[in-house]
Design a protein around this ligand. Structure first.
Ligand code: ARG
Length: 281
């Protein structure tokens, strides 16, 4: 009797290609937790601004090391949440939409971000309804994924679609801990996302599975350390280091996780993606 062995090759991981990206970031010089507008913020918890700055600088250097361009925006005293630059707006091509914030505490940021947009050559447009920029609006290939339920008003979605000339997919968020879309969903490349289903309504979950059959479904442990608040260039995924399960899933899918620690910024309810406004060509 002869045994024959057939070597079964491991399934090839998809080839991932990085693109050169452009980001904008605002240093946390005036960062504080002086008010609580999301469940992560506790005004009793002291914030170490020096540590926040060091962690932010490490993120900034990480992007430069990966070959990306980063514009640095001037922070404004009295606007402690300005470090979460993703919320400043949404820029794609020659269209720059400036945020309109839900809470009065952040309203002053709109002007600061509009001024920055003008200073780099855009003519910022505003929406009638609340939109919290890339906190709730994520570019995925040729559509914009748009969250609503806590911050961005659903009625802003058609305004955004018209301004950009792009289809917008509205997704309802249902868990207040995941109050912005970018806390529960990461775009990894034009066709691939990762998300935490319990943060979404059943209809939104169905929509995401239908649009992204290869979606990476992330578990609670990773979601609760803000693992999905990540920035991908198509290969490298800069993400909170504590989300080790998600990092393993990314490796398995052919991405390269790059873990960073933004523990001080987590006290305000944000991490990597919140601190990064992506500027799309
Ligand atoms: N403290 C800020 C707020 O509640 C955090 C914003 C986080 N940003 C984000 N893109 N999810 O508005």
């Amino acid at each position: 009797m002869t045994d024959s062995y057939v070597a079964i090759p491991a399934p090839a991981k998809p080839q991932r290609t990085p693109r050169a990206a452009r980001y904008a970031m605002t240093p946390p010089d005036f960062f504080a937790v002086d008010y609580a507008i999301n469940p992560w913020m506790d005004v009793g918890t002291p914030v170490d601004v020096r540590l926040a700055r060091a962690q932010w600088q490490h993120l900034h250097r990480t992007y430069l090391r990966l070959g990306h361009r980063v514009d640095v925006i001037e922070p404004v005293p009295g606007l402690p949440d300005m470090v979460y630059a993703a919320n400043g707006g949404f820029i794609a091509g020659d269209v720059a939409i400036v945020a309109r914030f839900r809470f009065a505490e952040r309203a002053g940021e709109s002007r600061a971000y509009a001024e920055w947009m003008s200073s780099v050559g855009y003519r910022p447009v505003s929406t009638r309804h609340v939109n919290e920029g890339q906190g709730d609006l994520l570019m995925a290939g040729d559509v914009v994924l748009a969250g609503y339920g806590f911050r961005t008003d659903r009625r802003a979605h058609p305004e955004i679609a018209a301004a950009l000339g792009m289809p917008v997919v509205s997704l309802e968020l249902v868990d207040p801990r995941f109050y912005h879309l970018d806390t529960a969903l990461a775009v990894l490349d034009d066709r691939t996302i990762a998300f935490y289903p319990p943060a979404f309504s059943a209809a939104a979950q169905d929509r995401l599975h239908a649009l992204f059959p290869d979606a990476i479904v992330v578990g609670s442990a990773d979601a609760y350390v803000f693992g999905l608040n990540a920035v991908s260039d198509g290969l490298h995924v800069v993400m909170p280091a504590a989300a080790t399960g998600f990092a393993a899933q990314l490796l398995d899918a052919g991405f390269r996780p790059v873990g960073v620690d933004l523990s001080e910024l987590l006290k305000g309810g944000g991490s990597v993606k919140c601190c990064t406004l992506e500027v799309f060509p």
